[in-house]
Design a protein around this ligand. Structure first.
Ligand code: SF4
Ligand code: SF4
Length: 220
């Protein structure tokens, strides 16, 4: 019959409406912004950079400024400059790391391609700004967030990443130890000090025999 589905739907709504007076879990709406629902773990919006130590956020960023994410980002909204020392040697960390979140389309490709688990997707959604250009261009300082925060928003994924990184670290330590052992085995040992030829041992003169000579000289 025409309209049966509509009537059934209204029946479910009415059931939940009445039931919500006794069971708050039946409520499907909340009074935002005073109330907020818990986001699903896989919800994502824009990327952030993971650091390992609270005391030194920018010094412990996992990012090594390899620029793979910059190359792979479809709308090209990532901009990275590698930090260099006085002699121009690359320091394997970003001096500049900007993401224009007015352009980012939350595709997560930057996360997928990062070999160092240095960039992850955030869940922060209250980011409205009056200035749609500069205010939405996030720099390294704004993007840096702790591994602890990563655990809070994506606990399952973060635990997996930690286990993987620990395994990689253990493998690296083992291969370094093996290389060091092989190197020390290859170093030639100093030659043993040549032993001087043994000095001839002076034989003591034979003690005169107490026995009388068997053939004494003939006397005149
Ligand atoms: S976030 Fe990852 S892929 Fe991007 S530059 Fe840093 S280390 Fe490379
Ligand atoms: S989520 Fe996608 S669009 Fe946004 S920065 Fe990463 S790769 Fe670029």
């Amino acid at each position: 019959m025409l309209g049966t589905g509509l009537i059934k739907g209204l029946g479910v709504t009415a059931k939940n409406f009445v039931g919500s007076f006794h069971d708050p879990t039946r409520l499907v709406t909340v009074e935002y912004p005073e109330q907020k629902t818990k986001l699903p773990e896989n919800y994502r919006n824009f990327p952030f950079l993971v650091f390992d130590e609270e005391q030194d956020p920018l010094g412990t960023l996992r990012c090594v400024a390899c620029r793979i994410c910059e190359a792979e980002c479809p709308p090209q909204c990532i901009y990275i400059v590698m930090e260099r020392d006085d002699k121009g040697k690359a320091m394997k960390r970003p001096k500049v790391f900007d993401i224009d979140i007015s352009v980012c389309m939350s595709c997560q490709i930057c996360v997928e391609v990062c070999p160092f688990d240095a960039i992850k997707m955030d869940q922060q959604y209250e980011i409205a700004e009056a200035d749609r250009f500069q205010a939405l261009l996030l720099n390294r300082e704004a993007l840096a967030k702790s591994n602890q925060y990563y655990h809070q928003i994506h606990p399952t994924e973060a635990a997996g990443v930690d286990a993987l990184l620990a395994e990689q670290k253990a493998k690296q330590a083992a291969s370094r130890a093996a290389a060091a052992a092989a190197k020390s085995a290859a170093v030639p040992k100093p030659a043993a000090a040549a032993t001087p030829p043994s000095a001839p041992v002076a034989q003591p003169p034979a003690a005169p025999s107490a026995e009388a000579p068997k053939n004494p000289p003939a006397t005149a």
